[in-house]
Design a protein around this ligand. Structure first.
Ligand code: SAM
Length: 282
């Protein structure tokens, strides 16, 4: 477990993931019944953008840094507002100095009646997460393997909610593991919303994942991919998200949002957005 999210927090891939996460949470909160979020690979919860780690890569400057300086069309700005409020909440002094990880984005957009369970296996990150979330009823950090948590905490008692699966992709079989886990957990809880993130370094992993899920005949999987185009040597250029059972307005929202994110964060030739449904032609 060498991966530390502090090097990458607030980069274009985090923006893509957290903007999408924020829209799902807004829709879940649109109905009065409480919901639950299970964040299987939660990270430390909060990241210092002035840290040595963040400074070494400078990735956040091309992600949230670009976004906060960009003038968006009014319709896009309205869709981004909940996400930007979550970022503002950890930056009360206005200047961008900290970035919220997925558990804090969730907490900012959940109501007191909703519940968050955030899992993190790395001891130092888990300790940091416990500090950030505390041990209250509303949000709980647990030092546990996220794949085990997926079996243990699904389906949640609320029967409404979201599972965020955001592993570090350090192991060569992580795409296969994600496919198998999604197929298994969705059988246990067919109506839950699942949001899974993946890096796009080549097409083998993402396409294999899509093929396995399509072959399992899981209906309603929306795929959103974003490339910032040719970036610095060796840096990630593209990220992908799968949303199983997306809220019905999410497709229309992402079709506006993701091209706008590409325009704000593009780094070179080939920057583009893709939005489609798995297992459907055209
Ligand atoms: N979801 C976070 C966010 O959006 O802010 C970022 C998570 S980062 C990509 C992946 C995290 O998973 C790392 O903090 C890593 O320590 C943790 N991790 C790695 N293997 C894990 C496992 N088996 N179970 C739970 N956490 C794990």
């Amino acid at each position: 477990m060498n991966y530390r999210h502090g090097f990458h927090a607030g980069n274009f891939a985090d923006v893509h993931k957290h903007v999408t996460l924020s829209r799902i949470l807004v829709h879940l909160g649109g109905k009065p019944a409480p919901f639950r979020v299970l964040d299987t690979h939660a990270g430390a919860g909060l990241y210092d953008l002035c840290s040595e780690e963040a400074g070494r890569t400078g990735e956040w400057r091309l992600g949230i840094g670009r976004l906060s300086a960009h003038a968006f069309a009014a319709e896009v700005a309205a869709l981004l507002a909940p996400y930007l409020q979550a970022v503002a909440k950890v930056n009360p002094a206005q200047a961008l100095g900290r970035y919220p990880g997925s558990p804090l984005v969730c907490r900012a957009l959940m109501r007191p009646s909703d519940r968050l369970v955030a899992c993190e296996l790395h001891p130092a990150e888990a300790a940091e997460l416990v500090k950030r979330l505390g041990r209250g009823r509303h949000a709980k950090a647990i030092a546990i393997d996220g794949w085990t948590a997926l079996n243990a905490y699904v389906p949640p008692p609320e029967r409404r909610g979201l599972v965020l699966i955001d592993p570090p992709y350090e192991e060569s079989d992580e795409f296969e593991r994600l496919a198998a886990a999604l197929i298994r957990v969705r059988r246990k809880w067919p109506t839950g919303i699942y949001l899974a993130w993946y890096p796009i370094k080549d097409r083998a992993g993402p396409d294999g994942l899509a093929e396995k899920l399509s072959a399992a005949q899981i209906p309603k999987i929306l795929r959103s991919e974003l490339s910032v185009g040719r970036s610095r040597e060796g840096r990630l250029e593209a990220s992908g998200l799968l949303v199983v059972n997306p809220p019905w307005r999410l497709e229309a929202e992402l079709s506006l949002l993701v091209p706008a994110l590409v325009a704000a964060m593009q780094q070179g030739d080939g920057a583009c957005a893709r939005l489609d449904w798995l297992g459907r032609a055209g």
